[in-house]
Design a protein around this ligand. Structure first.
Ligand code: 9WN
Length: 408
């Protein structure tokens, strides 16, 4: 059984390979996405190490001169996705989006290198990773914790954490546009029209200001501190420092960036919620909602008893995986994208934290629940955590990749 699924997972990665880069799934997502691609590389590393490094190299071929690695690389035009390159207008080659996505590449590059101790390809990537991490430091960590300037930058598009920031975005003047996502999958499982109007409005602000990072952070319509991004960055900075040591480079910069983010954690601790929470940096208000971002504390090695009791109660409320929002909270919607479903890819990141903290029982439980979802439902994008129903896109690259790298 397991070996059949291993073979299917490898077939999915090969079928989604467009020559040097992997699309998340045909139809719905026809381009190269940033964090999907880093997971794809991890999946490839289990059976084709050369292809794994190539995936990361192609991702960094889209790096901007300011160090940012964009969230989408538009290698070849495809009318099946909105918003495409003509909307973003990056002015770069290849054309890209104008925002970034969770920087998991250093975390996964380190795991890939453990399978391939030869240093040359990691060494070539290292300065590019360092430049990207410096971009995060200079343009997204100016308020202390890591911030996102667009819900798409977080990778968790419509999660309830973004509701207070989105409430202040005016989406009424964006002009006509045609969504493509709702033609590929069930619209009731996707973000709503009012969400998309605001996504487009935030995009238009960045584009109309020539993707000037200082202007976007100072005056853009959306700026929220993100616990998930903060925890991912802490872990990624530390892993980058380890990579530096392996290569005989100086690890002190990424080490100090990780320490500074740890020192900023009290700013996103919500004492009423008993866990880390997103915070609107324009108004100072907390989102007051428990989401999967809070669970990524373990990925950064952050623990405390109060948080643990709260998070475990949230997990115990569903049979399948970590829900993307609290099943007992008012926003919970078990099949609507990031407002309740469980995501194998996020479970894999949380499990890395469990493993490193020596929490073998929790790691085993999360792996078992994630494997059950895939075994019963297939390699879908995400799942209903209450009954395991598969949702979103099928033959999904990162679900196949985490199966090969972790869940199998
Ligand atoms: C916008 C590709 C991406 C993931 C994100 C996920 C979704 C895009 C969309 O798909 O976002 O970037 O159009 O909905 O939220 O995490 O990287 O799989």
């Amino acid at each position: 059984m397991t070996s059949d699924l291993d073979a299917t997972a490898r077939d999915i990665l090969r079928a989604n390979d467009r020559g040097g880069y992997t699309i998340p799934t045909a139809g719905l997502y026809p381009y190269q996405w940033n964090w999907d691609s880093a997971f794809a590389a991890w999946g490839f590393s289990t059976f084709d190490i050369d292809r794994a490094w190539t995936e990361l190299e192609t991702l960094f071929s889209g790096q901007w001169s300011n160090g940012m690695v964009p969230h989408i690389l538009f290698h070849k035009p495809d009318p099946g996705y909105f918003p495409g390159p003509e909307v973003w207008q990056s002015g770069t080659t290849p054309p890209t989006s104008g925002i970034s996505q969770p920087p998991v590449a250093a975390i996964l590059a380190r795991l890939i290198h453990q399978r391939d101790p030869e240093n040359s390809r990691l060494a070539a990537l290292y300065p590019k990773l360092l430049a990207w991490h410096r971009w995060w430091r200079e343009h997204r960590c100016t308020h202390g914790p890591a911030a996102v300037t667009h819900p798409w930058e977080s990778g968790r598009d419509n999660c309830p954490e973004w509701d207070p920031g989105m409430a202040n975005v005016d989406g009424s003047n964006v002009g006509p546009y045609t969504r493509r996502d709702t033609g590929h999958v069930d619209p009731s499982m996707r973000p709503k029209k009012e969400d998309y109007d605001r996504y487009v409005a935030i995009l238009q602000f960045g584009r109309d200001h020539g993707w000037d990072q200082k202007e976007i952070v100072a005056n853009g319509p959306f700026l929220m501190a993100d616990p998930a991004m903060t925890f991912i960055l802490i872990r990624a900075h530390r892993d980058l420092a380890e990579i530096a040591r392996t290569l005989g480079e100086d690890p002190s910069e990424p080490e100090s960036w990780a320490r500074d983010l740890e020192a900023a954690l009290p700013e996103i601790w919500n004492a009423d919620l008993h866990c880390y929470d997103a915070r609107d940096l324009r108004t100072g208000t907390f989102a007051n909602t428990l989401g999967s971002g809070a669970f990524l504390a373990w990925l950064a090695g952050i623990e405390n008893g109060e948080m643990e009791r709260r998070l475990m109660a949230c997990w115990d409320a569903v049979p399948y995986g970590i829900p993307s929002s609290d099943p007992k909270g008012p926003a919970f919607d078990p099949r609507r994208y990031w407002r309740g479903p469980t995501w194998p890819v996020v479970n894999a990141l949380i499990a890395m934290g469990f493993r490193d903290a020596g929490r073998t029982a929790e790691e085993r439980r999360l792996r078992g629940e994630t494997a059950a979802l895939i075994t019963k439902g297939g390699f879908y994008e995400y799942f209903d955590p209450t009954d395991g129903t598969p949702c979103g896109g099928d033959t999904f690259t990162w679900t196949a990749a985490i199966w090969l790298g972790w869940a199998s």
